[in-house]
Design a binder for this molecule. Sequence first.
Ligand SMILES: Nc1nc2c(ncn2[C@@H]2O[C@H](COP(=O)(O)OP(=O)(O)O)[C@@H](O)[C@H]2O)c(=O)[nH]1
Ligand SMILES: [Mg+2]
Ligand SMILES: [Zn+2]
Length: 301
Amino acid sequence: MSAARRFEGTVVEVHGMRATVLRHDDGTRVRCRPLRDRTQLAVGDRVEVTDDRHGLEITALAPRERCLWRPVERGRLLMAAHVDRLVVVCAVEPPPRPGLLDRFIIAADAEDIDVVLVLNKVDLPEVDAARELLGPYRAMDYPVLETSAHAGGGVEALRELAREGLTVLAGHSGVGKSSLLNALVPGSALAVGEVNATTGRGRHTTSVTTCQSLGAAWPEGGLLVDTPGVRAFGLYGFELTRIAHGFRDLRPHVGACRFRDCLHEGEPGCGVADAVARGAVAAERHESYLRILGSVRRGEG
Ligand SMILES: Nc1nc2c(ncn2[C@@H]2O[C@H](COP(=O)(O)OP(=O)(O)O)[C@@H](O)[C@H]2O)c(=O)[nH]1
Ligand SMILES: [Mg+2]
Ligand SMILES: [Zn+2]
């Protein structure tokens, strides 16, 4: 009887309890049985797989870090682990929604995940208005990459940026995430939300989170994750005092607050309120913060 063989890999697809694992030794993708304790896996999970006479089985899970969560009814579910960067995709149309951007950024900030903003559809005429909406984020030193999945502009820069590690694409539906993925990974045949000519209905976009390999085999080629149907990241149970940390422009003023657990919503001696009063921070930024604080407090995630 031959001894069981083991190899390491990264989860690139989850189907219920089963997972597809990208082998680190030969770069192939293999279907595996779940962990015995039936821990729910997520893309990006680092696992050990044992190959015995019963087939491939995931036998160990590395400690998770740099996680992103998807919101579910009064809770959150792990969506991806070991995320190296979050690419928040916005578009000229539908225009950027700062509240949504801020939520994505807070989730990434809390896990030390780098954030890059992409403004897609710059081939459309209303591009200047969209650029203006992203002005505050440029001022906070978030890189903003302009792309057109249709005309091809900026796609190579995005490919370069995602060349290593695990990159998650997120953004409002309709901004062009799947289109960008298709431009980056030709033939990946991901569903683009166009209306189906024969049925007249939007094409069904799967909610299975999958990773596409970019170019060369692991570990050279980056992995790219689309997040179909994810409208926001789960902030359920998020520590309220940490929310302001995700606002790069509010963060420097938090230290001036009289109370260490100040939530910057009218407490006396609040450094953030003072910064807004002095015009050092835009009132809309503080308002966005207060809206998110309110929704997390209400348990809306
Ligand atoms: N004009 C223009 N339209 C785009 C561009 N990228 C995507 N679209 C269109 O925007 C719609 C939504 O694209 P999709 O990739 O499904 O967006 P997703 O929901 O973020 O995955 C589709 O009709 C695309 O053809 C672009 O760069 N320019
Ligand atoms: Mg899509
Ligand atoms: Zn304060």
